[in-house]
Write a protein that binds this ligand. Structure first.
Ligand SMILES: Nc1ncnc2c1ncn2[C@@H]1O[C@H](COP(=O)(O)OP(=O)(O)OP(=O)(O)O)[C@@H](O)[C@H]1O
Length: 883
């Protein structure tokens, strides 16, 4: 099925869909945003609430105040559904296209956002049921089975979902609900090729944002409300930042579980549709405006959806089709195969990354030591290599697929590996996984190694055993866990998963290193046995020594590859001896060096250090004999053999260094991740504020102020503190530090309170639960205190004007308290905040004496809750925590 752009007319909205040059496998597009207005509820009708919103066409909605006392606002979206629109229509025009993307291998998310009781659950239930349809396309016989199964799952989800009654909704959802369907599909083309797709479809019904004053929430409902508002605040922050484009800096996905789960749907690898639901009622106008403002930001968010697809060749497609006919369902095999392919790809990428890293390190070392390019890129001999064994475990019906993957894998991976690593990619069927080496490749590779090493064979039993041991150790150097490692969906993996991944890689490296250690030991033994053997043989008579010459002189091909300039410590010591001899009899030595064989014939014997001495006076002599050549060649062979063994050793050392470097880098990364986690846990949002490309301060200030206001609201912070802070910090560059400190402190406070709230009431006991309720009580007392000051601080005219503006009915009881109870209750409405602050400032008298409110009062020292500051704001906050 082809992925198409939404079928809605787009005359009013620019929705860019850009295909990458490589084809349509990556899709960059804006989030599809629609708005649905529900009819007035019975409750709203009973209260004679009025309809305040009107759909002027399929894309636009306007605020239509019955009082005509506000400017007419118009909002435009991909689609607007009026109160009479059926859910089917909402699905068809606002979700179907995105939902069906999952069938073509693109992750997709559909979620409903809106105020409490605006119709999210009502809408998403219908959407989810319609998207069930998407799972069973073409599998007619399985429709009923899968449909029942899906319904069964939805029922389980809904049964687990917290629902509670509030003043606005009898069955208000008190938690977010996310249904994630993993959709696997395959398409066999007429050519025999099989396209295999896998994608997730998320169906998200968010809990609604709410104002405690409207829902009359208290106790558990209030706590739920603050959790809901907190995650929605993070969601709105994420959307707002994403809508600002690439320069928006750090996106705080990790600040709530909701945004962590939805991360790939928000600016990532997914197609996303958001349906914003709203009540038409005049009484909810401010909340509705917030919803529309969220929707307006969401329109600007760009996602990059990719098709998760594997194409199998004709032969494999056939095998796949045959295999799928044997046992199990096609879908299961498709999934297993797909997952396998992804694993392979991931591992290959990992290897490639490591290779690049090593290459760049070698390059910089080469530059540092001014080694000409080309040298040391490869060991001096082919034998200086490591065989990388990758073993695929394949279920019997998928063996043919496995063969194809071997082919692809060998070609692909073979090209990526450094020359020293010989690839042995083999396949094991699951039933015979105990077979040690079923692959021809492995045998062939070992043969090569055998041949190489055989040319160095010393005819010594012990050495042969060492070589055999070395071979088996190299053979065992498989990449551990190469198959069992979980697939990581990179963009979804959270930091904790990353940490454990790095930890497991650490142990992988450890085991690799242990194996390298074993190889090294064996090599050491090999070298020792070789040296001992040589020493012994050199002490023997030349005639005996001849019998155990390591190499046959007639083997000229081997000689060519073995003879190298001596550069090992051993060979340099030989040079020194040669030099010593040169000092004693330079004239003779010259003749040897020049290869002049016309010398005196004198029987030779060796001194302790292996120099050639005359039998009588010990002076060095040369003789005209082929034995000189033999000895010279013997030395050269010895050097060459040493060289080869040394090169294996140096390669192992190099590998160990690489492992150590990688391990160090990974540890460093783990440390950084842990620090980040810690910073997050303690509420220190350092990364967010140390953004390398910060926004202009005035924009940052506005954003931070909004967050602070919301956090004050969620933490039930003193109104006097809020007012004082609000009045003092208005965006001056010097305010930055105060804003940051306030934000960090509040974030910590909010997390602390919400952690208390997260615990089950049964587990909480009296004390911690008291923290939240004490803060609410303190706020209530503060309101009563402020209400008492209304008469003394405001004139009658001022009071009446405020009563009318804040809709306090005339003649009502406790009008002063009613007025104060309305202050600072709508954290989304900046006008409301400004007016609330002005009233509280008047009641407390901030405007009369400036010295009451100096910025220094907010200095960092006030962090200590036991400090008795004259200013009461933070004392109140610390009281909230019973500190
Ligand atoms: N489009 C609609 N047509 C008719 N009734 C609707 C519509 N949308 C919602 N309703 C009704 O409005 C009420 C509230 O809807 P719903 O529970 O879906 O809201 P919600 O946004 O999920 O609320 P909360 O966030 O509190 O869970 C329900 O009684 C529902 O049946």
């Amino acid at each position: 099925m082809m992925v198409g752009t939404p079928s809605t007319p787009l005359s009013k909205i620019q929705r860019a869909t850009i295909s990458t040059p490589g084809g349509p496998r990556v899709r960059e597009e804006k989030i599809l945003v629609t708005v649905r207005i529900r009819p007035l509820s019975r409750r709203e009708q009973a209260l004679y609430d009025l309809i305040a919103w009107e759909c002027v066409d399929d894309h636009s909605i306007v605020f239509n105040s019955p009082n005509h006392d506000r400017a007419v606002n118009s909002y435009t979206f991909d689609k607007v559904f009026g109160p009479s629109s059926a859910t089917r229509k909402v699905y068809e025009e606002g979700a179907k296209d995105v939902a069906l993307s999952a069938l073509t291998g693109m992750n997709a998310t559909i979620f409903a956002y809106g105020q409490t009781s605006s119709g999210k659950t009502y809408t998403m239930r219908g959407i989810t049921e319609n998207a069930k349809g998407t799972i069973v396309v073409k599998l007619v016989e399985e429709v009923v089975k899968d449909g029942q199964h899906l319904r069964h799952l939805i029922n389980i989800c809904e049964a687990q979902r917290q629902v509670g009654e509030t003043a606005l909704n009898d069955k208000s959802s008190r938690s977010h609900q996310i249904i994630r369907l993993t959709i696997e599909s395959s398409l066999r083309e007429t050519s025999g090729c099989v396209k295999s797709f896998i994608a997730s479809l998320n169906l998200v019904d968010l809990a609604g944002s709410e104002r405690a004053s409207q829902t009359n929430a208290d106790g558990t409902r209030l706590k739920e409300g603050s959790h809901i508002n907190r995650s929605l605040l993070t969601l709105t922050t994420v959307i707002r930042k994403l809508s600002g484009g690439k320069k928006s800096g750090h996106i705080p996905y990790r600040d709530s579980k909701l945004t962590r789960i939805l991360q790939s749907s928000l600016g990532g690898n997914a197609r996303t549709a958001i349906i914003c639901t709203m009540s038409p009622a005049l009484s909810h106008v401010e909340q509705t405006r917030n919803t529309l403002s969220f929707a307006t930001s969401a329109k600007e968010v760009t996602n990059n959806a990719q098709i998760n697809m594997v194409v199998l060749g004709q032969e494999v497609g056939q095998a796949f089709a045959e295999g799928s006919g044997q046992t199990g369902s096609r879908v299961t095999k498709s999934r297993a195969f797909f997952i396998f392919m992804l694993k392979m790809k991931k591992e290959m990428e990992e290897l490639k990354r490591e290779r690049d890293l090593v290459q760049s390190q070698l390059e910089s070392e080469r530059k540092a030591h001014k080694v000409p390019k080309g040298m040391n890129q490869r060991g001096p001999s082919e034998v200086a290599g490591v065989f990388l064994f990758m073993v695929m475990i394949v279920q019997p019906p998928l063996q043919k697929l496995g063969q194809e993957m071997l082919f692809v894998g060998r070609q692909w991976l073979g090209n990526q590996l450094p020359p020293q690593i010989h690839l042995c990619l083999s396949m094991k069927s699951e039933k015979s996984s105990s077979d040690s080496s079923s692959s021809e490749e492995a045998n062939r590779a070992l043969e090569v190694l055998h041949k190489e090493v055989a040319s160095h064979r010393l005819g010594n039993q012990e050495t042969a055993e060492n070589i055999a041991k070395l071979l088996s150790e190299i053979q065992n150097m498989q990449v551990p866990n190469s198959i069992s490692e979980e697939i990581m969906e990179g963009d979804q993996a959270n930091l904790i998963e990353e940490i454990s991944r790095f930890k497991s890689q650490g142990s992988t490296i450890e085991s690799l290193e242990r194996k390298l250690e074993n190889v090294q030991k064996t090599i050491d033994q090999l070298v020792t046995s070789f040296t001992t053997h040589e020493e012994t043989s050199e002490c023997k008579t030349p005639s005996k020594k001849k019998k155990i010459l390591p190499f046959n002189l007639s083997n000229s091909a081997n000689m060519q590859s073995i003879i190298r300039p001596p550069c090992s410590p051993l060979s340099s010591s030989c040079q020194v001896r040669e030099h010593d001899r040169e000092n004693k009899a330079p004239e003779n030595y010259d003749s040897v060096r020049s290869g002049n064989l016309s010398c005196k014939v004198t029987p030779l014997k060796n001194d302790e250090s292996g120099n050639f001495l005359s039998s009588k006076d010990g002076t060095p002599v040369t003789r005209k004999s082929n034995s000189v050549n033999v000895k010279k060649m013997q030395k050269m062979f010895k050097n060459a053999a040493e060289e080869n063994i040394r090169s294996i050793r140096s390669y192992v050392t190099e590998l160990k260094e690489r492992v150590a470097k990688l391990q160090y880098q990974k540890q460093l990364l783990v440390c950084q991740v842990l620090q980040l986690e810690e910073a997050n846990d303690s509420g220190a949002e350092a990364s967010e504020y140390s953004d390398p490309s910060p926004e202009p301060w005035h924009l940052m200030f506005e954003e931070q102020r909004k967050e602070i206001i919301m956090l004050w609201h969620l933490c039930h912070v003193s109104l006097i503190h809020r007012t004082q802070f609000y009045m003092l910090f208005k965006g001056d560059p010097n305010d930055k530090i105060y804003m940051e400190v306030e934000l960090r402190r509040l974030t910590w406070l909010e997390r602390h309170l919400s952690d208390l709230g997260n615990a089950s009431p049964a587990l909480l006991g009296d004390e911690p639960a008291g923290s939240v309720s004490a803060s609410i009580r303190a706020l209530k007392q503060e309101r009563e205190y402020l209400a008492k000051r209304v008469s003394s601080k405001l004139t009658i005219e001022e009071r009446e004007m405020l009563y009318s503006k804040w809709e306090i009915p005339p003649g009502g009881k406790q009008r002063r308290l009613q007025l104060v109870n309305k202050l600072w209750t709508d954290p989304y409405n900046m006008q409301h905040i400004k007016e609330s602050a002005e009233i509280v400032a008047k009641l407390v008298g901030f405007c009369e004496s400036g010295e009451h409110a100096s910025k220094e009062m907010f200095e960092l020292t006030f962090v200590c809750p036991s400090d008795k500051k004259t200013w009461m704001g933070w004392n109140l906050i610390s009281n909230l925590l019973n500190l």
